[in-house]
Write a protein that binds this ligand. Sequence first.
Ligand code: MLT
Length: 270
Amino acid sequence: MTAQTVHLAYIDTAKELTLLLIHGFPLNSTQWWPQINGLETAARVIAPDLRGFGQSQVTPGPYSMALLADDCAALLDAAGVREPVVPVGLSMGGYIAFEFLRRYPERVAGLILTATRAAADAPAVREGRDATIRQVQAEGTAALIDGMLPRLLADVTLQQNSELVEAVRAMMAAASVDGVIGALYAMRDRPDSTQMLPVIEVPTLIIHGAEDKIVPLDEARAMQASIPNAALEILPRAGHLPNLEQPQRWNAAALHFLEHLRAELRGDAG
Ligand code: MLT
């Protein structure tokens, strides 16, 4: 007896949503280790090393946000991800997430922005990027790392979590000179995303460290005020790497958001 063909609906929970974790500067995908471990049951997690960083190929710069966003889209294609994803961008990763949304709106189901801002670089900041590019070209990345590390982390992290401080230092030290310079150009020339905030249609979660020394908390508050469907989670005792400094709280906020996003996508949100 042959079985009749029947169309079965099914839920594959782990694959229902894909998170695209986009790292900050000058880090790599290992900056997401608490999320890769903590969110994998809730979603498929894809965490690229951007070109020039981690294990990815190093190409000479300058890079651009468009190039880096296109790399992410090509990676999703290669991984067979056709459904809309949730880009999760930390700082520079957030700049790339905005660009991804601008270029591929149909591929975005929701957005998580952490330790990032919508505004482009002010003229003085652009000049600072040029000076850093010259310095890294001449001397390598050591001075950049020494100057940046204390600003990346909250004072409490610097004082009480030496293991994390050293892990972040090692991550920065692993970045290639070409990758660092390429990304500095991309950040220097990135478009301003402020105008797109009011037209972001997807649910958005903003997670920000209360003690972020690189992107002040007011930037996160301004984004929340401008994005129509955005929640803001402020993490105390966290600086510019809140997902590493307060991983449990960061993951709890993300899991809560994903639960609501899933309900909204199913159409049963209250
Ligand atoms: C980052 O953390 O990705 C960078 O510090 C962002 C920036 O320099 O604008």
